[in-house]
Write a protein that binds this ligand. Structure first.
Ligand code: MHO
Length: 223
């Protein structure tokens, strides 16, 4: 028996919250979307292309664009500084001759405050890394959403699970915008434990029976 749809759940989770956006590239976008999707405070994740000069890039016509992850996060729960620590500690940010602009390390800031925090954290990270960081740092510009098959890529490796969750995700848009789907995508890639996810759902501002239903749904999934 369906108590809440994913759209209703997501509406509850974002109610009275002022979300901010972080936009960044750290190589192939599949992995970092999963990693960031597992973090508390991260409400939505999506992947796309930024930085290039051509209009409407696709995976096949990416040209000088870069694979990019975008997250909507609640700054009262995870700070931009923490996001940057996860960012720099989980990829090698300097150019190498093999991979090219598609996979370049990049930060696309949304305002001057983010830029200020980037400058501060970057110099800390350069000490940690022991060399200058070459991450491309630019204003965000246009973000082109990538094709459906790249969104929550690891979760989509489990079509049987997605079939079971059909009532939660009647459309691609609902999957892209879902916090629960972001956590599942992280979970199947090895980020976050069952216990963490259950504990987090218990804290979500939903009616008790809707929380219990989501948890039950999660526990019976076979991966
Ligand atoms: N894993 C692929 C890259 C795909 S990513 C969306 C590869 O290693 O070729 O660029």
């Amino acid at each position: 028996m369906v108590l809440l749809t994913t759209t209703e759940i997501d509406k509850e989770l974002t109610k009275n919250r002022r979300l901010e956006i972080a936009t960044f590239g750290m190589g192939c976008f599949w992995g970092p979307e999963a990693r960031f999707g597992s973090l508390q405070g991260v409400i939505r994740t999506r992947v796309g292309y930024t930085g290039g000069t051509t209009v409407a890039p696709t995976y096949k016509t990416i040209e000088d664009h870069t694979e990019t992850v975008e997250i909507d996060y609640d700054p009262t729960s995870i700070s931009y500084e923490e996001i940057l620590l996860h960012f720099w500690r989980n990829h090698y940010p300097n150019r190498d001759q093999y991979k090219g602009q598609q996979y370049v390390s990049s930060l696309r800031f949304h305002n001057q405050q983010q830029k200020l925090i980037i400058d501060l954290v970057k110099s800390e990270m350069e000490k940690e890394l022991g060399e200058p960081i070459e991450t491309e740092i630019t204003p965000v510009g246009h973000f082109t959403l990538a094709e459906d098959r790249h969104q929550k890529y690891y979760l989509k490796r489990y079509p049987n699970v997605l079939d079971k969750l059909y009532w939660l995700y009647p459309s691609e848009e609902s999957l892209i915008n879902s916090t629960f789907a972001a956590r599942l995508n992280g979970f199947v890639k090895g980020f976050g434990t069952r216990d963490q996810i259950v504990t987090e759902i218990e804290s979500w501002p939903l009616p008790e029976n809707a929380r219990q239903q989501l948890i039950r749904q999660f526990m019976i999934l076979k991966w």
